[in-house]
Design a protein around this ligand. Structure first.
Ligand SMILES: Cc1cc2nc3c(=O)[nH]c(=O)nc-3n(C[C@H](O)[C@H](O)[C@H](O)COP(=O)(O)OP(=O)(O)OC[C@H]3O[C@@H](n4cnc5c(N)ncnc54)[C@H](O)[C@@H]3O)c2cc1C
Length: 411
């Protein structure tokens, strides 16, 4: 009997997670074909940072080896980039001319690093930080060169900088913002983080704008010039200044996109045969850049692909951590303390601990923890559930112990 055909574009974290969920629900429903532009089986992209820092090897971060695809009868086409979706004939065409027809199509193409449009950005030694190939390029540069500049003091940039420093390079982080991780931390926590990283040998240029990359006369980058006129030596420049959803394929196929492929609460695009999950998708105006929301999308999408069709994706409350060994940092929700909110802070400079909790209308709306993140899961649960704080308010700094403590002090 002919089974319907499911084609997946993108062998990354969201696409394959959707397959795992689907195979658990309906193992024999589809004939499945997966196109992956990278020449590797599915791996845990978030663990590239420990690989760069020398804490793990590539084999440790593979999620599904080739045997897994074989076992599930998946036609895996590695090193094949899909270049066109032909919606009229329901087929996709890859860069080698090969094709696959679909009854259902799942687009899970992820994002690409944003490369600053400055002179010299095409030089050798200028890279983004997205995949194994970038990680290998960084490891190679660390073996043969001395100076690196990382553009961007966000999570990705700091993990790249830390890894390169651990590999022996002299690293400067150039950041446009006034403090590090300004989207995740307030100024106080950002400055604490900077001090810790400086003590580990990293150098920073904050509120600094990259103007040009200068070459060594042989096509490789040699330095980075800032708008202030300062020139930083750099035989490696890592651009970690943001990502852009890979929505070009879908857009060219006529699917509506706006900073990502537009999807509804079932992860369906405007074409009912085509779904999109992961960083390439835009749901209620948000294209997520973290794994947890993508896994929630994968569960819902698989449910609909399996024709069960009873769950919806309402969006996610996200939380972030920095994967730099020895640095505890957690941030979730709106920690800015904007109008109408109250802020509770705890600052212990001696222990290097700083905590900020933001409450609005008796509900916890944001948390930023530095130095002690033991209660992060409890705070995240409060944020997600949005329950009233009530009598726990004065004890909120106790985190998971707060409800019990409130019980003890209650009259
Ligand atoms: C170094 C690093 C550290 C990170 N750390 C964290 C972290 O600590 N916590 C966290 O939550 N998130 C982290 N992230 C983000 C997380 O990895 C991403 O959110 C997640 O991988 C996105 O999954 P995705 O499937 O949408 O995209 P990807 O995992 O990027 O998968 C997309 C795949 O599609 C392929 N592809 C693209 N276009 C085509 C095409 N036309 N044809 C065929 N294949 C194509 C790509 O090559 C890629 O393999 C990190 C990311 C990086 C790079």
């Amino acid at each position: 009997m002919n089974r319907p055909r499911l084609v997946v574009i993108g062998n990354g974290m969201a696409g394959v997670r959707t397959l795992e969920e689907l195979l658990a629900l309906a193992p024999a429903l589809y004939d499945i074909t997966v196109f992956g532009a990278e020449p590797h089986p599915n791996y845990n992209r978030i663990l590239l940072s420990p690989v760069l820092a020398g804490e793990q090897g590539f084999a440790d971060i593979v999620l599904n080896d080739l045997e897994w695809y074989r076992h599930h009868g998946i036609d895996l086409r590695l090193g094949r980039q899909v270049v066109r979706i032909d919606r009229a004939r329901r087929r996709v065409i890859a860069d080698d001319g090969s094709e696959a027809e679909y009854d259902r199509l799942l687009i899970a193409t992820g994002s690409s690093p944003f490369i600053l449009p400055v002179p010299g950005n095409e030089l050798d030694g200028v890279i983004g930080y997205r995949d194994i190939a970038d990680t290998q390029a960084m490891l190679e540069a660390a073996r043969t060169h001395r100076h690196a500049v990382v553009v961007g003091g966000g999570l990705l940039g700091l993990e790249a900088a830390n890894g390169l420093a651990r590999r022996g390079m002299q690293v400067t982080v150039v950041h446009l913002g006034e403090w590090l991780l300004e989207r995740q931390l307030d100024r106080t926590a950002g400055e604490l983080l900077q001090q810790t990283l400086q003590a580990r040998g990293l150098t920073f240029r904050l509120a600094a704008q990259t103007e040009a990359l200068l070459d060594d006369g042989q096509g490789r980058v040699a330095a980075l010039r800032l708008a202030s006129g300062e020139t930083l030596p750099a035989e490696l420049v890592v651009m970690a200044a943001g990502i852009r959803p890979n929505a070009g394929l879908a857009e060219a196929a006529g699917l509506p996109c706006a900073r990502g492929i537009l999807v509804d609460d079932t992860l369906q695009t405007f074409d009912p045969r085509i779904y999109a999950v992961g960083e390439c998708a835009s749901h209620r105006g948000v294209a997520y850049g973290l794994v947890a929301p993508l896994y929630e999308q994968a569960r819902v999408c698989a449910n609909h692909l399996a024709r069960l069709g009873h769950v919806r994706y309402p969006g996610s409350v996200t939380a972030t951590r920095l994967k730099v060994t020895g640095i505890e940092l957690f941030s979730a929700g709106d920690f800015s303390g904007a109008d109408g909110s109250e802020t509770i802070t705890l600052s212990d400079p001696f222990e290097g601990v700083y905590k900020k909790l933001v409450i609005k209308d008796d509900v916890l709306v944001g948390a930023c923890l530095y130095g002690d993140t033991a209660d992060s899961a409890w705070y995240l649960r409060q944020l997600r559930e949005g329950q009233r704080i009530g009598e726990v308010r004065d004890l909120l700094m106790f985190g998971a112990l707060a409800p019990a403590a409130a019980g003890e002090v209650a009259p």
